[in-house]
Design a protein around this ligand. Structure first.
Ligand code: NAP
Length: 475
């Protein structure tokens, strides 16, 4: 039988769609899934693409079915399962073959796996794939990390299956070892912030203005034709317009307000903190999901503190909507600025030399945060001025100057009305702190010196000093 070009392990939601995508692009793909029935079902459902799919019942058979040098994609549950599969693949693959972990791995696991496979003769690629089920099937955004020569061997097939933005493939080799999985993690962190800020604006319109889901959907639909144009705004409109087939009520009203998370948002926050980079909007978004999970406690707290008065923000609707659109835009700018700053810091820390404009470009299609806005980010990095922070790029200075007064207005009005807008408020606080030349940590330094003799720097002289705190600590 003709050998396959590539192998794929894991026929869950992502793997099965990715396998169909690979086959559709003219590649022969050998597939294996731990539960064999799933493989059988998959092949039966593959329709016209069946001819290009080689089902395998064992990993040994999978290895046999691929033409050397053999690339094998792992698209399985992250964590221990990946280590188990790698251990098994080491037994059946040989020199020059590649293992490509395409799941949502913690990049620190990817770094460890690189080091474990260093002398094995196998090459390893840590590959972030974004776009969910639809992306996997018709073109995801793909973030590749590993040795450049390993990437070269799989470039053709990855380019063929990736999303395209105006013809440009949304896949790139981003750097060695953990670079791809790190970038995917930050992508997801930004996604958390983006989604949370959209949900906060929905909350203002629902509870502050008293609009019905369909009306709010209309607002998002209108915004999707302007500066906020993006996949997330597009699906938000669709979600808000949908009707529950069971009750006839708006679907969104029938969904419990308790959101789950799988870890990439939390990892973004942990890595940002470890690198010493503020990513406050992402942190707020992760925390908001945690608070959302405390449904029972929130119900009790509402009984104790009372329910908000709905409609506190009703009034000049056109003006409010204009402020909301700009507030969301300003919050989004701050969140993306944070995410890209975290990536820039990681790039230095791990010696990755991450191509930030390329990252923005490969997120323009295929992934969940895809938007025109990412093109503007790519241009800003290319034009220069964003080296320290996207907020300093000339194009972003102009946009932020226009938008931040509205973010301020909305955060203030929402806070007065008791409406939680934690990600928007964090984005605003970040911006206000970032652009304040003289902050307040002179007082923090004095306090630290007072209780711990940590010393401080003066504004008018070099060196370390102590203050006249009356305990003999003065310089
Ligand atoms: P899924 O539908 O739950 O499928 C999980 C797959 O992992 C199945 O093929 C399962 O095999 C396999 N698996 C689980 N434990 C295993 C083990 N110990 N040994 C071997 N195989 C094992 O998951 P998914 O949504 O496709 O996600 C796969 C990966 O892609 C994850 O890392 C996920 O985070 C990432 N990802 C998901 C999305 C998304 O939108 N869903 C987007 C981007 C990335 P069985 O059939 O035998 O259980």
């Amino acid at each position: 039988m003709e050998k396959a070009d590539i192998g794929l392990i894991g026929l869950g939601v992502m793997g099965s769609n990715l396998a169909l995508n690979i086959a559709e692009q003219g590649n022969r793909v050998a597939v294996f899934n731990r539960t064999t029935e799933r493989t059988t079902e998959f092949v039966q459902s593959a329709g016209a693409l069946t001819d290009r799919i080689v089902p395998c019942e064992t990993i040994e058979a999978l290895a046999e079915a691929i033409r050397p040098p053999r690339p094998v994609i792992l698209m399985i549950k992250a964590g221990d399962p990946v280590d188990q599969q790698i251990a098994h693949l080491r037994e059946v693959l040989g020199k020059g073959d590649s293992i490509i972990d395409a799941g949502n791995a913690n990049f620190r696991d990817t770094l460890r796996r690189f080091s474990e496979l260093k002398d094995s003769g196998l090459t390893f690629i840590g590959m972030g794939v974004s776009g969910g089920e639809e992306g996997a099937r018709h073109g995801p955004s793909i973030m590749v990390g590993g040795a450049e020569n390993a990437w070269k061997r799989v470039e053709k097939v990855l380019v063929s299956i990736s999303a395209k933005f105006e013809g440009e493939p949304c896949v790139a080799w981003l750097g060695p070892d953990g670079a791809g999985h790190f970038v995917k993690t930050i992508h997801n962190g930004i996604e958390y912030a983006d989604m949370q800020m959209i949900a906060e604006i929905y909350g203002v319109l629902r509870d502050g203005v008293g609009l019905e889901p369909k009306e709010i959907g209309g607002v998002f639909g209108a915004w999707n034709t302007g500066r906020l144009n993006s996949y997330l705004i597009e699906i938000t409109e669709k979600v808000l317009m949908a009707q529950d087939p069971e009750t006839g009520n708006p679907m969104v009203d029938m969904i419990l307000d308790r959101a789950g998370q799988k870890g990439t948002g939390k990892w973004s926050v942990i890595e940002a903190q470890t690198l010493g980079i503020p990513a406050t909007a992402i942190e707020a978004a992760v925390a908001a999901r945690v608070v959302s999970s405390m449904k029972g406690e929130r119900e009790k707290a509402q009984e104790v503190y009372g329910k908000l008065d709905s409609g506190a923000l009703a009034g000049d609707r056109a003006a409010l909507l204009n402020h909301l659109e700009l507030a969301l835009f300003a919050g989004k700018i701050a969140a993306y600025a944070q995410g890209f700053t975290v990536m820039a810091a990681a790039s230095k820390e791990f010696g990755w030399n991450l191509p930030l404009p390329t990252i923005a470009k490969i997120w323009r299609a295929g992934c969940i945060i895809r938007s025109q806005f990412l093109g503007t980010i790519a241009e800003a990095f290319q034009a220069g001025g964003a080296e320290d922070n996207l907020l300093m790029a000339p194009a972003f200075v102009t946009m932020m100057k226009e938008a931040h007064p509205s973010l301020r207005h909305i955060v203030a009005r929402a806070s007065e009305a008791g409406l939680p807008v934690p990600a928007l408020a964090s984005a605003l606080a970040y911006f206000d702190s970032y652009r304040q030349a003289r902050g307040t940590s002179n007082l923090i330094q004095a306090q630290r010196d007072f209780f711990g003799a940590h010393g401080f720097e003066r504004i008018d002289a070099e060196g370390a000093y102590h203050g006249p705190w009356g305990s003999g600590l003065s310089a």
